[in-house]
Design a binder for this molecule. Structure first.
Ligand code: DGL
Length: 277
């Protein structure tokens, strides 16, 4: 039987390094697939960029991953998922290739939230762009209309991680400040979503400053579980994904810079290739 498509690796895209926190959880859960990671490090961060720019950059990355043979692409970036996913799915995919798929991280993250909150009050900590997009409240309202959602932008948190300051005492001030702002907006919050790929690195500090009764959702694990479920429900797409257990890394920045910083996110040295979008 001849196939009308060539199976390929699963593409994982992020503005930079943060998507590695998503990729590592996906690989932990689904080690059998091949993966191709693309970080647009040269143009990161995306968090404070406009809708138009994030959409344009993300579409370029999706096209590139398709050209490289990916049949399925996961936008492992909250900002790209918030600002570009819907338009790419609805407007661009029918022209690019109706049989390929692009998935995001927001829907999988919120799917279980309604079961976890008892007070029905949820907090979102994310980049300015993700908060302004209102994507999290919109997705949560679709699934759990009774839940009250409050967002707080944490503009200093990504720079703290990118500058290797995330476990230094100076980070305490910014982490505490954003958490206090969130809780001053709604003191009934009992569940918090870390809606940014970088924030897992700040987890010890976030945990320290959030009251102990507040649950923090682990985004990477939720995205990985949702992808497994998606591939199980879509055997046609599963057949389009190669299974050799490999992972290749591409960056729009210099490869040595990527390797140095990426190791913080993966706890191991990574070799990347340079790519132009
Ligand atoms: N990856 C982005 C996110 O999850 C954070 C970094 C950025 O602002 O580009 O929102």
């Amino acid at each position: 039987m001849s196939l009308s498509f060539s199976p390929g690796p699963i593409g994982v895209f992020d503005s930079g390094y943060g998507g590695l926190t998503i990729l590592s959880q996906i690989r932990k859960r689904l080690p059998q697939y091949d993966y191709l990671y693309l970080g647009d490090n040269a143009r990161a961060p995306y968090g404070s960029r406009s809708f138009e720019v994030v959409y344009e950059f993300t579409l370029q990355a999706v096209r590139k991953l398709f050209e490289m043979g990916c049949q399925l692409v996961v936008l492992g970036c909250n900002t790209a998922s918030a600002k570009a996913l819907r338009t790419i799915q609805q407007r661009d995919l029918p022209f690019l290739d109706v049989n390929r798929r692009v998935l995001g991280v927001i829907r999988p993250t919120v799917e279980s939230v309604g079961m976890l909150t008892k007070t029905r009050h949820i907090g979102i900590l994310a980049t300015e762009g993700t908060i302004k997009s209102e994507s999290y409240p919109m997705e949560i309202k679709k699934l759990f209309p009774d839940v009250v959602v409050t967002g707080q932008a944490c503009p200093m948190w990504v720079p703290l991680v990118e500058n290797h300051e995330y476990d230094e005492p100076g980070a305490d001030y910014f982490v505490r400040k954003s958490i206090n702002k969130l809780l001053s907006l709604d003191s009934s919050i009992d569940t918090v979503i870390l809606g940014c790929t970088h924030f897992p690195l700040l987890l010890p500090k976030i945990r320290q400053f959030l009251p102990a009764h507040i649950t923090i959702l682990p985004q990477g694990e939720l995205v990985a579980a949702s992808l497994e479920n998606y591939l199980f429900r879509h055997p046609d797409m599963d057949a389009r994904c190669t299974k050799g257990g490999t992972c290749r890394y591409y960056t729009t920045e210099s490869t040595s810079k990527f390797s140095d910083s990426a190791s913080i996110f993966m706890n191991q040295p990574l070799q990347a290739s340079h790519i132009e979008l």
